[in-house]
Design a binder for this molecule. Sequence first.
Ligand SMILES: C[S@@+](CC[C@H](N)C(=O)[O-])C[C@H]1O[C@@H](n2cnc3c(N)ncnc32)[C@H](O)[C@@H]1O
Length: 315
Amino acid sequence: MLFRAVETLFKFPPFFNFAVSQAREKIAQRGREIGVDFEGEVAALRGGTDWEWEMRGVRDADLAYPDYYTQPFHAYAQGNLCWEAALQVNAAAKSVHAPVMDPEGKLLDPEGDAQLRGSYTANMLRLMERAGASRRVKNAVDIGCATGLSTLELRSAFPDAQFTALDLSPHFLAVARHLQKQREAESGASEPVRFVHAAGEATGLPSETVDLVSCCLVMHELPRAATKNIIAEAHRVLRPGGTFAIMEMNPASPGFQRVFKNPFAYAAFKSTEPWLMEYISLDLLAELQQAGFDTVLQAESTPRHFTMVAVKHAL
Ligand SMILES: C[S@@+](CC[C@H](N)C(=O)[O-])C[C@H]1O[C@@H](n2cnc3c(N)ncnc32)[C@H](O)[C@@H]1O
């Protein structure tokens, strides 16, 4: 009852807008506490290039966006399809993930985001070994790569692989490509990563050609049907014996249970994550098994996140 009342309150635009501005200020404030100049980083990126021009280089103008993707998200009215979201996401990740390694969710660590990502690949490698999957990855797909933070982490785990990094947001991909060009100019070497504007449920890649598909922090943003379609697509593109790796929020963890028990924290969270309840009610392990994955293993990545590895049946 109280939960429903609070949810209704969040649907009232003046209250929603107030909550959103508070949430943004909290991200910026937490950034300052861990030494991240949130506004400065975003302003530097904003002035760094002609963003409309960058976007033309990565956008597939014929791509049709699924309905679930074109609604307000993360407190942005245009969801991930706007420059505000794309320019803020890297600085926001450092701020939002600062407390993830603390079981109480209170201690802020400037390296929280890096630790979260490092624990994903460390668990992925460990679980692949346990599952008997080959860790010699020559090509990999990062579904929902955003500005490329998850792709960079995958590269460090699989330095010899070629990557296809997909996202539905041309704004995020424009930032990903811009940052990639900067890194390439600094290092003098081109990166083995191709950023592609496409949906994870329709990658356009040939069947049975990929060694590893990764989906990092994407599924909590999807309705059930989209997650099932992405699982089916991952199964299709993976070669026999290939691995599908997932890192996600763990709704059963004490950290998330604390949020679910507090109606205001829950409503604030849900108001920025419209598909949260669909994600929570999905039995991911069962879906992976039903899609034909042989071995499905899971490990804790942080006190609030898990890593799951699903291996496609080897011939
Ligand atoms: C929370 S972000 C995670 C980004 C990145 N993997 C990371 O770890 O930082 C989720 C990303 O998934 C993308 N996304 C959501 N639905 C998608 C879909 N069906 N296909 C491809 N990308 C999708 C969003 O645009 C967003 O960039």
